[in-house]
Design a protein. Structure first.
Length: 238
């Protein structure tokens, strides 16, 4: 794959930490639906709502490495034990469950998509959001990334996520621009120290790197097996 470089206009952004003292407030979701939601969907809906509460229509790109894997695992355990499977639990176990719940709560039938790409999920979600907005700037694009570690039953997961959520709204009149790049490495076993000088602080996960860049406006980097991903902030809106 060739090296990639792109920039997205950030109108707003919101995040929810992996470990929070209080549960996210999702009072905009009706109680009957709200009590059936997983922690993952709750934090995803929270950051999404924070970004677009006053926007009538937005396209959504939802991204998660594991998605509702914990719910799916519980379903599989019920099947293995010969127990009945809840239709509601099954319908909410799909990767795009959050986008459906969000669209219904807002009465918004604008297009939504969901993707998963391993440890590089957030990076490719940023690329997908950029592509959608660059193709049509008439409707905002909301990127929502939410994840949580896999069930311990799956054993050790390489480059495991730490959990949490972040949402970024791509729209006109941005407060700044997030520059993104993916640079292939010649040797998949190259060490992080081989990164170019001044390329930004190296983080263990993409979500940590992107959040750091948005929060501090300082460059951040994540290195995978085949590529180095980097993010930097530009206050200019031109």
């Amino acid at each position: 794959m060739p090296d990639l470089h792109w920039t997205i206009p950030v109108a707003r952004w919101s995040s929810w930490p992996a470990v929070a003292a209080a549960a996210p407030d999702i009072g905009f979701i009706e109680p009957m639906v709200r009590r059936r939601l997983s922690t993952l969907s709750r934090i995803a809906l929270k950051v999404a709502h924070d970004c677009v509460a006053d926007r009538p229509n937005v396209r959504i790109v939802f991204a998660s490495r594991h998605g509702e894997l914990r719910r799916t695992t519980d379903i599989l355990r019920n099947i293995s034990a010969g127990e009945p499977v809840s239709p509601t639990a099954f319908s909410l176990s799909v990767l795009n469950a959050m986008t459906g719940v969000f669209g219904i709560s807002r009465g918004d039938r604008t297009a939504a998509s969901a993707l998963s790409a391993g440890a590089e999920t957030l990076g490719y979600a940023l690329l997908e959001a950029h592509a959608q907005y660059a193709t049509d700037t008439s409707t905002p694009v909301l990127l929502v990334y939410a994840d949580e570690p896999a069930d311990p039953g799956y054993g050790t997961i390489e480059e495991e996520v730490q959990g949490g959520a972040v949402a970024i709204l791509l729209d006109e009149a941005p407060v700044g621009r997030l520059s993104c790049s993916r640079t292939a490495v010649d040797d998949g076993n190259a060490s992080p120290e081989a990164s170019p000088e001044g390329a930004g602080t190296l983080f263990a996960t993409q979500s940590q790197a992107v959040h750091h860049c948005l929060d501090t406006r300082a460059a951040a980097q994540w290195r995978g097996e085949y590529a180095v991903w980097e993010w930097s902030w530009d206050e200019g809106v031109a």
